[in-house]
Design a binder for this molecule. Structure first.
Ligand code: AMP
Length: 465
């Protein structure tokens, strides 16, 4: 289907809180753009949220932040056009309960810190930093996304304290739970938790508060025999000790992080750690205000406008921000910022379609019908609720270890005469999703096509119309 002259819809890249994110491709040049769709009928109050999110996002331009191209408003829909990150999501690179080698974690962490330093230099707090919001480009560079909970905390050197408790619980700094809080150390804290997830493949606690014994043990220094800490090398552990400090004023600042020897160290490739311990914590999205607590998962609740009284900020009148309606996709695209699709697999190319890089997929030896049957048997044995939709998509709904919803999709498609089963997270914790995927994969081992990895090839698939 042609959305705008010369541009066609590609496949669905992912699902956000208010709708799907789709690939949109220029038929003649192959330029690819991600289009976030916000269904205003289903989410009537989303218009205001989109307005704030896009007003902040459009101020930003940094190599480690997804570039905002523009938006288009229709009575029942908002479309947000973003730089396409073809490398998938960072959580996909984390081996559950193992993590990744320290040199690789350092690479991603450095890019994350660079993005957060830039955000803070623009007076923007992200407030929901987590691996699910860190996408990767074709060259494996971090691209921070999802500014749905972002806010402006500093303008013309004047800082305001933040008052809204929001974020994703395991990543939220202790002071955010108490309020008010300073934006910068709170974002730094989330970066510290991300580093733990990268190095250990698990999260240290459900919540950084006294009711959680794992957090109390950490604060009291009685943690060394526990996971994830026992998996970490001394240098990483001592660095993290200085980031995950309860008192925000004693926490490393971005500048201090950048000067720390762990950050500056040249870790050689192959240097790493392998650990194996049971995953103990889950991701819970936190978005609650005052005394009212409401929990949700990795999709944001509709945020309310924050009280901006302490600093007079009017986003509408900020220089460089307008809400003009782009008439054509061309108006949205700045050629240097738009990623060209690289023709890595010419034999398989349908230039309008690529799958984002993902490890959560495999080819099978069975035909489509038998594959669905095997999947269904597997899901039933795991007591998952599932729904088979058209076009070979099975949606699985279950709960994670903390009894919080986890929803993912298995997309069965034919490619080059073979059947590919591609799993994608819809809602919930990325690490939990990967754990489930690994279990499903082991149960289907007898029908999985062995041979060249299905990753990290960009793969062509059918055009949706
Ligand atoms: P969001 O609505 O921002 O939470 O996005 C939902 C999902 O869509 C993400 O987890 C990604 O898998 C995918 N996605 C979002 N933005 C992009 C993008 N710019 N490029 C590629 N995939 C994206």
């Amino acid at each position: 289907m042609e959305f705008v002259d010369g541009w066609v819809f590609g496949h669905t890249l992912g699902e956000g809180a208010y709708g799907e994110v789709k690939l949109v491709i220029n038929k003649s040049t192959g330029e690819a753009v991600a289009m976030k769709m916000v269904d205003l009928v289903k989410h009537p109050d989303a218009r205001q949220i989109v307005r704030k999110e896009t007003a902040i996002h459009r101020m930003l331009s940094n190599p480690n932040i997804i570039q905002y191209f523009g938006k288009r408003s229709e009575p029942n829909m908002e479309y947000i056009f973003l730089e396409y990150a073809s490398g998938g999501e960072l959580f996909d690179r984390i081996e559950p309960d193992v993590g990744m080698p320290v040199w690789e974690a350092q690479k991603y962490f450095k890019q994350l810190i660079s993005a957060v330093e830039y955000l803070h230099s623009r007076g923007v707090a992200h407030r929901d930093l987590k691996p699910e919001n860190l996408l990767l480009d074709n060259n494996d560079n971090i691209k921070v996304t999802d500014f749905g909970l972002a806010t402006i905390y500093k303008m013309q050197g004047k800082e305001r304290c933040l008052d809204r408790r929001c974020g994703t619980l395991p990543y939220v700094a202790p002071e955010v739970l108490k309020r008010p809080y300073h934006a910068e150390p709170a974002d730094v804290w989330s970066c510290g938790i991300i580093l733990v997830a990268l190095l250990a493949g698990e999260l240290p606690w459900d919540q950084s508060s006294a009711e959680y014994p794992e957090y109390t043990a950490w604060r009291e220094g009685k943690y060394l025999q526990f996971t994830p800490w026992k998996k970490l090398d001394n240098s990483s552990l001592s660095f993290i000790r200085k980031i995950l400090v309860h008192l925000p004023s004693s926490r490393l600042t971005i500048r201090e992080i950048k000067e720390h020897h762990w950050f500056l160290n040249n870790f050689s490739e192959g240097e790493g750690q392998i650990g194996n311990a049971a995953f103990k914590f889950n991701c819970t999205r936190l978005d609650y205000e005052a005394s009212q607590v409401k929990f949700c998962l990795s999709q944001p609740e509709l945020p309310r406008e924050e009280n901006l009284n302490s600093v007079n900020i009017n986003l509408e009148t900020r220089e460089g921000i307008s809400f003009s309606q782009p008439a054509h996709m061309e108006d949205l695209l700045i050629s240097t910022q738009v990623q060209m699709l690289q023709q890595t697999q010419p034999s398989q190319q349908n230039p309008y379609q690529r799958l984002v890089r993902r490890m959560t997929r495999f080819f099978v030896t069975t035909d489509c019908e038998s594959t669905v049957k095997r999947l269904v048997t597997c899901f039933e044995s795991e007591s998952y609720t599932y729904r088979i939709c058209d076009f070979g998509i099975v949606t699985v709904s279950t709960v994670d270890r903390r009894k919080m919803p986890l929803v993912f999709k298995a997309n069965i498609m034919e490619m080059d005469g073979k059947i590919l089963v591609d799993f994608r997270l819809s809602k919930g914790c990325g690490l939990e999703f990967k754990r489930r995927f690994i279990k499903i994969k082991s149960k289907l081992d007898d029908i999985i096509l062995k041979g060249p990895s299905t990753w990290p090839i960009a793969i062509a698939t059918q055009t949706s119309s």
